[in-house]
Write a protein that binds this ligand. Sequence first.
Ligand code: NOJ
Length: 719
Amino acid sequence: MEYLKFEEQVNALLKKMSLREKVGQLNQQVGPCNEEDMKRLKDAVRKGEIGSIIMAHSATAGNDPQQSINMKMYEELQRVAVEESPNRIPLIYGRDVIHGHHTVYPIPLAMSASFDSGLIQQCYRCVAKEATADGIHWTFTPMLDLCRDPRWGRIIEGPGEDPLVGSKLSEAVVKGLQGEDISKEDSLVACAKHFIGYGASEGGRDYHRTEISDYSLYNYYLPAFRSAVNAGVATVMSSFNDINGQPVTSGYHYLTEILREQLGFQGFVISDWDAVHQLIKQGVCETEAESVALAIEAGVDMDMADGHYINHLEESVHSGAVPMDVVDQAVKRVLRIKFTAGLFEHPYSNKETLDKKEHLKIARQMAVKSMVLLKNDNQILPLKKSQKIALVGPFVDERRALLGSWTLDGCAEETPTLLETMIDKIGKDRIFLNKDLNGLYDNTVETAAQADVIVLALGESEKVTGEARSLSDITLSKDQIELIKTAKFTGKKVIGVMFCGRPIAMEGIAEYLDAILYAWHSGSATANAVCDILFGDAVPSAKTPITFPRRTGHIPLYYNVTSSGHYVNGYYNENPQYSYNDSLSSPYYPFGYGLSYTTFLYTDLQCKNKTLSIEEIKKGKKYTVAVTIRNTGDYDGEEIVQLYIHDKVASVMRPLRELKAYEKVFLAQNEEKQVVFELGKDELGFYNSQGEYIIEKGEFEIYVGSNCLTENKCSIFII
Ligand code: NOJ
């Protein structure tokens, strides 16, 4: 409803607009690089032929070097729009501000590991403030593509493999960006993308086809988008992929029947870059005019970059190929958002002064809470500040990769390295350095000999993650694996700090490390956060939002699988030696897994009311499940308590575990708390293939513990 409150203004404006201007509102053009572009764009804006500009210069902006925003040019184009265009309609400027603007936060996959919606929302509030101060009105975030294939480079941008984690991330990002009131100057219009199914790209190859059953679509791929719509997301981007042979860009079923009619989305849909044109390459039409008709009738309101709407839509209306009403509806959707976002009141950049120090502080907290302690044999971590450390490896001095892919405005030069932050923490006298991979063996052995412990800075470049950067093999580079072995054979304890964008296949790596801190590409404060954790100034609490396979060949491997009728697969390939004959195929680290410096004991799991009828549940009655957690270790710490269900017998096979609730609790040493979860209709039903949400009778096993493999369970019954 929020987006319908300007109906009078929208209708009045629409009446005054020529068809050319209407089509102009649906046209997003690429931003200016030089004076020649400026001249061309100014002419078009003056005639009302452009509704939006994307502040980027290439389709894969996340990985291509981009110019920073030339404010003067953008302010001038806006001036022309609001002072000289026929109906003075402001332009809406969009930019990919994916996980930070000048201050960069962890990649979204890493933020998901924090299971901390409140902090994620806070980060995106800061993102909105920084971006609006640079004249950006709209960002193409959050990316909500559920993904079970870490070969896909874009896995860094989204929530990982779980629909609940995706839904929570979605709500937090939308609320953070759009703020409490989207019309405020420091609110950034959000865009949930890519609708829908792009994360299922076959083989992890980017821009590839997808096969998604309706059952999977409703239960796995859609929930995060439903959550974005419920949180009030103003725009949605359609995805490049086809689903079962239908490109989403021309998919009326997806963009209109599901997104608008079933999910209740009221904002506008933008295509992905050149996606309207790609309908020709995808083989569902022959001409540009046909591609335009297919896309707009499917529900794509605004055309990104390829200019096909502005070049063909008028003519298509005149020839009767596209009904006038279809264009009017699309224009109204765009205008509604421009009014609601307050663009008519404040078309230029937000002039508020920013506290970037505060943003960096929040980025550091977020980075600390995103890093997963995967291994800590004999409590080798935290290190003592008095220990002598051999700091070795290719990421010792790295800056750019720490920011991650999709950081158009983050500044690598201002991003501290691990070496710099470690010197700050413990002084340089106790650090022995080898950052050179040449002469690896000798240097590492020599360096290690002087130290008490070896810290290896390992990882992957941001250039092998992000858009169009998939990998066929997700292990570390050969020289890094050699380095790990060399370090191990010195006889010293070895700690691996891994700066990666995706889960790495851990076989042949983890065995040689005594401790592993999975630091991801965690943004501007990555290195500081690593040192906070390594030296015990912070206690790790993050959990894997995605399965870590042993080998690339085990992909796809995800926790919320159904039961096979045969023993060989077990749950999650847990039965040794059977799934594959040539390898142990269980996950290396399962979903929801992560260690702390302290330990937690779970006791007294109880389902307080064991039986409810379907009618009672539909009326809102709930089961109450309680568990007691005690901090039994030597540090204060946070635990992410996870509740999974297993619907034992249903009309279709249901997953053996589904995350349905989680809570992050802080416990001081020896402290004990009871955590109470409520389970009702939102947790216990599922979607059938027609998209109907159903609740069925029967027993549900309830698992509560510290990761998806917990055996701590009780049962409830729906009668
Ligand atoms: C293509 C990407 O798929 C999309 O996520 C991004 O927002 C656009 N390019 C604009 O850069």
